[in-house]
Design a protein around this ligand. Structure first.
Ligand code: ZN
Length: 111
């Protein structure tokens, strides 16, 4: 039987936070990827029903649902930790994104 001592271990581990543990904000390195997916078929699914009419754009969003389920699903798929997802949704709310499409309108398409 060999007893390993813990004495050689560093007392505290200092490391930079993994990206998946960081809230999704416009400064995140994967922000644009997130926005693109949220606007795409797996997210709000923005589409122009009449190619000749720019005002014929439709999309999917439950404006009553401020938990932003589509955003959550994509962040989960990107490997975000639950706490980071909660922080992301809170950030969206703080910046006018109270439902999935508002995340795009308020945060995603800033010029
Ligand atoms: Zn919406």
């Amino acid at each position: 039987m060999t007893k390993k001592t813990l004495a050689n271990q560093k007392p505290t581990e200092v490391r930079t936070p993994d990206l998946a543990e960081t809230a999704m904000t416009p400064s995140h390195s994967r922000w644009q990827e997130f926005i693109d997916r949220l606007a795409g078929p797996e997210g709000c699914d923005f589409r122009q029903t009449d190619a000749a009419d720019p005002r014929s754009v439709t999309w999917r969003c439950d404006s009553e649902d401020d938990t932003c389920p589509l955003s959550r699903a994509i962040l989960t798929d990107l490997g975000f930790m639950p706490v980071a997802i909660d922080e992301s949704i809170q950030y969206f709310h703080d910046h006018g994104g109270f439902c999935d499409c508002e995340v795009l309108f308020s945060l995603g398409w800033d010029e």
